[in-house]
Design a protein around this ligand. Structure first.
Ligand SMILES: [Zn+2]
Length: 515
């Protein structure tokens, strides 16, 4: 009903103005019809009111036109504009690079249970504290403390080539040979199931050499890694059951080089914990060649040892949601690293990106509807105790993670996100996420179904969406778990683009939610 009054006023003004502008046009019919209004027009107060009405109408009409067009197309434009702002902020005022520099160059390697890991907890807590978040806290968890011990020796004694050392690193969580070392003949296998065929007769008293290369034809190197890493994780445990004395494992990289890779290994209950060491891919090729000519004996000495459990912490900071604080959107990485290198790509990059997501949102004065929480998990590399403790506490508090995004595939150029969920409604939810593709494609980002991340995996039972941030994977395994995973291996722009990509997804999840 109210909308009729401006319309009536508009007609009045229309005729009043016609007569003003064109006094010679005496529309007798109109004059008769609107005689009353024209007479009223001669009263000064009414005249002023008419002019004001006219101005008001123009303003209202203009505003409504603008509003109409905003509703039809600019919901997307406003979102696209804000994502652009996110990128601008991350690329010009990002903090991830200096934070990573401090973590890698001032604190260094952050193996669980070490003073450096504790220093990293304190440093990142302080950095989060400076951001003006709603809460920052550390969450206790018990972690295994493994020590590499003295520098490893893996020495070939060969009839023609003499005696020389291979580039080797003890595998994480394994036990060493002890101070005297051991020497034995080497037997090469490609697969775990070959052990059963060879049996105790061929394996007892030997050093088993696992030499299956990562498949170079896989375009995604994580798929190639997944196809080879069982040798590293389970090789020692399986070989021990057949009386082997130790294992050597080809490093997990497609590159041929002299850089040995470490990484987690474990013993199944009840097996004798035999030494396990990774050797560089060049040395794996060499050893394999030598074995084709004659039996090869290798001397191994390492003093690696599991030191037991130690107290440590996850680091957490959040901006509380203004409308739906109980719906949590998590971003995270893992704060611990291996003891060689300084954990720059794995996973200092993921940690500083997750922290920077909050920094960028705060800088843009973004007030989230939902709670945005950054979690730096402890002990992903050799125990996953931080991720497990976090999920346990979260479940106990009956929290709900609407979504969790993990960055643990290096600080390389962003390509998109993998997505998974245990929810029965996953297909429906994933479809909603895919609707944001047009906003992210300009930045080279795509969604695909697939595994998310080790630390957020334990949150699966909450049935939210689990995302893995996916950068370009081609160079990651050049550095992964090695002494060359250092700050200088990370490109500033690529790192910051990762922050921006994650922030953009957080923004879309927060604004639209998923049902
Ligand atoms: Zn990692």
């Amino acid at each position: 009903m109210l909308s009729n009054y401006p319309f009536l006023a508009m007609i009045i003004c229309f005729f009043a103005e016609i007569e003003n502008l064109f006094p010679k046009w005496r529309f007798e019919l109109f004059l008769t019809t609107f005689e009353l209004f024209f007479n009223l027009r001669n009263i000064p107060l009414i005249r002023s009111l008419m002019k004001l009405t006219w101005i008001a109408l123009i303003l209202v009409f203009g505003y409504q036109l603008n509003d109409l067009s905003a509703q039809s197309t600019n919901k997307t434009d406003a979102d696209a504009f804000f994502i652009r702002e996110i990128y601008n902020s991350a690329l010009t005022k990002g903090k991830s690079y200096p934070w990573l520099e401090y973590l890698c160059n001032r604190i260094g390697a952050r193996l669980s249970g070490t003073p450096q890991a504790a220093a990293a907890v304190e440093y990142t807590r302080q950095m989060l504290d400076t951001m003006g978040l709603d809460s920052v806290w550390i969450q206790p968890c018990m972690v295994p403390h493994w020590s590499r011990g003295e520098k490893e020796v893996v020495r070939i004694v060969h009839s023609k080539m003499g005696s020389f050392d291979l580039k080797a690193l003890s595998l994480g969580n394994t036990e060493g040979t002890g101070p005297n070392g051991l020497a034995a003949e080497v037997i090469e296998v490609k697969r775990l199931d070959e052990l059963e065929n060879l049996g105790r007769e061929k394996l007892a008293g030997k050093i088993v050499f696992f030499n299956r290369a990562m498949d170079p034809t896989q375009l995604n190197t994580f798929a190639a890694y997944g196809g080879a890493v069982d040798q590293r994780g389970l090789g020692a445990s399986r070989a021990s059951k057949y009386g082997a004395l130790a294992v050597l494992v080809r490093s997990m990289t497609t590159r041929l080089d002299d850089v040995p890779h470490t990484g987690s290994s474990s013993y199944e209950p009840g097996v004798t914990p035999i030494p396990a060491l990774g050797i560089s891919t060049n040395d794996a090729e060499l050893l394999s060649r030598l074995l084709k000519d004659e039996p090869v004996r290798v001397f191994i000495r390492n003093t690696s040892h599991m030191m037991g459990m130690k107290p440590s912490h996850n680091v957490i900071g959040e901006i509380r949601g203004s409308e739906k604080p109980n719906e949590i959107i998590l971003i995270g990485g893992h704060l611990d690293s291996w003891d060689v290198g300084t954990g720059a790509h794995d996973d200092g990059a993921g940690c500083v990106q997750a922290m920077d997501v909050l920094q960028v949102l705060k800088r843009l004065n973004y007030r989230p509807k939902r709670t945005i929480r950054c979690v730096l998990f402890m002990n992903e590399e050799n125990g996953l105790k931080g991720g497990q403790a976090y999920a346990e506490i979260s479940n106990r508090k009956k929290e709900f993670h609407l979504a969790a995004i993990e960055s643990d595939r290096g600080g390389f150029t962003p390509r998109g996100f993998t997505c998974e969920s245990e929810s029965k409604a996953f297909d429906k939810k994933y479809k909603q996420v895919m609707e944001w593709s047009s906003l992210l494609e300009p930045y080279g980002l795509n969604f695909k179904r697939g595994g998310s991340g080790a630390d957020i995996g334990p949150l699966r039972s909450q049935q939210g969406l689990l995302f893995g941030f996916e950068p370009d994977s081609q160079r990651y395994f050049d550095y992964h778990h090695t002494a060359i995973d250092t700050f200088d291996a990370v490109n500033k722009r690529e790192l910051e683009l990762g922050t921006a990509a994650m922030t953009a997804l957080v923004f879309l999840l927060d604004k639209f939610g998923v049902e």
